[in-house]
Design a protein around this ligand. Structure first.
Ligand code: HXC
Ligand code: NAP
Length: 259
């Protein structure tokens, strides 16, 4: 894959859920493009490992161990990041939890847990960061999924959570647009080498079936999501806000004949 032609030198990028998979890939993309990056997630070990992979000529990345369901902890991390860096140019909200479960066997707390991590977590992150976002010029990227508008069996919790995230994206694009803050969702299709696909397609057969179902004939790569996050946060996308952008090889474009 070609190197992304983006320059985020000295921009401050804070990625919630940024210690593994797609979100770590986004943090790596921004870091390689010159940004000063911070990442946050629950596991201190994952935070430490991510920080060790990030950083650039401007210095090391910052790491925060927290749960996005804990609003005061999110506020504290934003405070500490801004105390060091001054402001936030790009905010990414990507923390998520998921598992396959039939609704008839899912407990209320199982449903609530995913809603709380994904949807409430995204509100907590955006709410906490608002005061520190650069105005005008800031970019907020929320990580959604095509399941927000194309329902998927055994995913009632995740489908509802991601649909909610997209309405948060649109609503706050309306509220914060007049101040020059752009807010968008990226909806990744199936992305290889991720915890998400380990959970949604846990067998070799399921993975092959899933890959064949993508019109482009393959799973996406983490870097392809990072590239979209950087594009959306760049001046090239200066008039893009309130959008939900699928990066999914046309998986959500429609049905194939016989599909
Ligand atoms: C049914 C389950 C379950 C399962 C947990 N629960 N796993 N129910 N099937 N496989 C229920 C529990 O029984 C409990 O309900 C409730 O959920 C909370 O469980 P905890 O283990 O206490 O929650 P917690 O420790 O907060 O962990 C959250 C988690 C966990 C979501 C359950 O898997 C996690 O931390 N995941 C983070 C990593 C992850 O999921 N990455 C993939 C993201 S991919 P009761 O009633 O018993 O108390 C992704 C793809 C999106 O998001 C694409 C599609 C939209
Ligand atoms: P992942 O590696 O499990 O990433 C999830 C991240 O969120 C981890 O860093 C995790 O670290 C953190 N996290 C989870 N719960 C948290 C909480 N309560 N508080 C703070 N941080 C928390 O999964 P992934 O597959 O790369 O998915 C990343 C994002 O892409 C998610 O938003 C997911 O919904 C979305 N997505 C993925 C796919 C796919 O194909 N994989 C498709 C569509 C959408 P800790 O465990 O340390 O907390």
């Amino acid at each position: 894959m070609s190197t992304a032609p983006f320059d985020f030198t000295a921009k401050n990028v804070l990625v919630f859920g940024g210690t593994s998979g797609i979100n770590l890939g986004i943090a790596k993309g921004f870091s390689a493009a010159g940004a000063r990056v911070g990442v946050a997630s629950r596991s201190q070990d994952k935070v430490d490992a991510a920080v060790a992979q990030l950083g650039n000529d401007l210095g090391p990345a910052m790491g925060f161990s927290l749960d996005v369901r804990d609003a005061p902890a999110v506020q504290q991390a934003v405070h500490d990041f801004v105390a060091e860096r001054g402001q936030i140019d790009v905010l990414v909200s990507g923390a998520a939890g998921n598992f396959l479960a039939p609704a008839a066997g899912l407990s209320p707390n199982g449903f609530k847990t995913v809603i709380d991590i994904d949807l409430l977590g995204t509100f907590n992150v955006m709410r906490a960061a608002y005061e520190s976002l650069v105005k005008p010029g800031a970019s907020v990227i929320n990580i959604s999924a095509p399941q927000a508008w194309i329902a998927m069996a055994f995913q009632v919790h995740a489908c509802a959570a991601k649909a909610g995230i997209d309405q948060v994206t649109r609503t706050l694009a309306l509220e914060w647009g007049p101040e020059g803050v752009r807010v968008n969702s990226i909806a990744p299709g199936p992305i290889g080498g991720t915890e998400g696909m380990e959970r949604l397609a846990p067998t070799k057969e399921a993975a092959e079936h899933s890959q064949k179902a993508v019109p482009l004939g393959r799973w996406g790569e983490i870097e392809e999501i990072a590239n979209m996050a950087m594009f959306l946060s760049s001046d090239l996308a200066g008039y893009v806000s309130g959008a939900v952008i699928p990066v999914d090889g046309a998986s959500s474009a429609g049905r194939s004949i016989g599909g």
